[in-house]
Design a protein around this ligand. Structure first.
Ligand code: UD1
Length: 429
């Protein structure tokens, strides 16, 4: 158990490097199960979700070695079940369904429940797989998927779900001699990364980065060495750390092409942005304009940066409206921000943000990963001392966030404590 103790009001300056994309690496790890030989994945962040996915793969029989941001995965699979103990720790574990059924014709994966940000249904994954000839049975909390052969055909996704697109791609790549078309596919950079990884393994995928993917099944795939793309959400979070503290931060190893709309919005909010080939600089002009933002599937504004931009806009001049279109419950952190002095009202899927002149330090509780990041940002800008509890949520997606922020001049410490103390904290904050 742990918390961050933050002394706010310091302007952040300097350079920070982002790691590999969490949402890409988790899928590359699952995809490595499709190959007959081992793979090496580079630029892997040391975050909780990667360690959980490592356990998932090991449970399936794979040998996984993780050292120095590099994963070695030998896909020696001898078990086809992913238990609830692992899926309940990380719902993205559902992503092994596609590769298992695609390569071995069978999988039994615990059905993930919702999480703090929404119901997180998986109906599109299951419907799409059934359309490819996979027989799906729901058995006491488990999804049992079996297929003698993956059938070719066209799957039209009712919504461009990231996870459903990825599960379908991975189920289809080994459908020997069959062609699978995924229409209205998600186009996130992490999906492009997955397709590039699979192509380097020998997969035949046309339309990468577009909303119609044509996958021609091949006989087998071989392991490869591959480096994951940079984490655009981590990059966006650090840019906002520079912005909200009135500072100047250069985020290196970031791809500005993955953050087009986000960077446009920062400019609209009055920040100076310089896009470099391998990095992004943000410079504050000492004020923030109010702006409106609406989250949408890529290339729209990323829902995973919604809480963090709300933190910035809580200090803008005027009223901003932020609309969340992807998840039904992604404003849990707002009450915590209001405890720091923000003035935000949530109406249905909109946050109406009345900018305030300053925030003040207070103890807060991270309700989820990105909501937790937003609380760190607000605490960095707040006058006085703040605490952000429940840092395990934040550790799921950010490697050593406090060390990286400290290098930019932030005053932030991690304090570990025992569970009983956490309980005492929880009941008093
Ligand atoms: C992934 C990302 C997450 C990001 C999200 C949207 C990972 C590990 N996580 O999550 O960080 O916020 O994309 O960019 O990559 N839906 C259905 N039925 C389905 C599938 C999804 O109704 O079968 C709904 C979900 O409940 C949600 C919306 O579609 O409201 C988006 O979900 P999806 O795009 O699938 O996100 P994930 O893959 O879960």
């Amino acid at each position: 158990m742990g918390k961050f103790v933050i002394e706010g009001g310091k302007s952040l300056k300097g350079e920070v490097q982002v790691g590999g994309a969490k949402n890409s690496v988790l899928k590359l790890m699952a995809a490595s199960l499709l190959a007959e030989t081992p793979s090496v994945i580079r630029n892997v962040p040391k975050i909780r979700d990667v360690f959980i996915m490592k356990e998932v793969l090991e449970h399936l029989g794979a040998f996984v070695d993780f050292q120095d941001h590099e994963l070695f995965i030998k896909p020696s699979i001898n078990n086809f079940e992913t238990p609830y103990e692992l899926v309940s720790l990380m719902r993205a574990s559902i992503i092994v369904l596609g590769p298992l059924v695609g390569r071995f014709g069978k999988a039994r994966v615990a059905r993930p429940g919702g999480c703090n940000i929404g119901r997180r249904k998986i109906n599109l994954h299951l419907k799409g797989l059934s359309q490819l000839g996979v027989e799906i049975r729901l058995d006491r909390g488990y999804i049992e998927a079996t297929a003698k052969k993956i059938k070719g055909g066209r799957v039209f996704l009712e919504f461009p779900s990231v996870g459903a697109t990825e599960n379908l791609i991975m189920a289809a790549v080994l459908a020997k001699g069959e062609t699978v078309v995924i229409d209205n596919a998600a186009r996130e950079p992490e999906i492009v990364d997955l397709c590039n990884f699979l192509q380097s393994m020998g997969a035949d995928i046309e339309g990468v980065g577009e909303s119609i993917l044509v996958i021609r099944g091949v006989d087998c795939l071989s392991g490869v060495e591959y480096s994951a793309i940079p984490d655009r959400i981590e990059a966006g979070t650090f840019l906002l750390a520079g912005a909200i503290t009135g500072g100047e931060v250069y985020v290196s190893n970031a791809n500005p092409g993955h953050l087009e709309l986000f960077l446009m919005k920062l400019e609209e909010a009055g920040l100076e942005i310089e896009k470099k080939e391998k990095g992004i600089l943000v410079r504050s002009k000492g004020y923030t304009n109010s702006i409106d933002v609406a989250t949408f599937p890529y290339p729209g504004f990323p829902t995973d940066l919604q809480p963090q931009i709300v933190a910035l806009l809580s200090l803008a001049e005027g009223i901003s409206v932020v609309t969340e279109n992807i998840f039904e419950n992604r404003f849990l952190y707002v009450d915590e921000l209001n405890r720091l002095g923000a003035n935000i009202e949530v109406k249905s899927n909109r946050a109406i943000i009345n900018g305030v002149k300053e925030l003040y330090g207070a103890p807060t509780m991270a309700p989820d990963l990105r909501g937790g990041a937003a609380l760190i940002l607000a605490s960095l800008a707040a006058r006085g001392s703040s605490e952000v509890l429940n840092v395990t949520h934040i550790d799921r997606g950010y490697e050593s966030i406090e060390e990286k922020l400290r290098r930019l001049g932030a005053q932030i410490e991690r304090v570990e404590f025992k569970e009983e103390e956490a309980w005492a904290n929880e009941t008093t904050t």
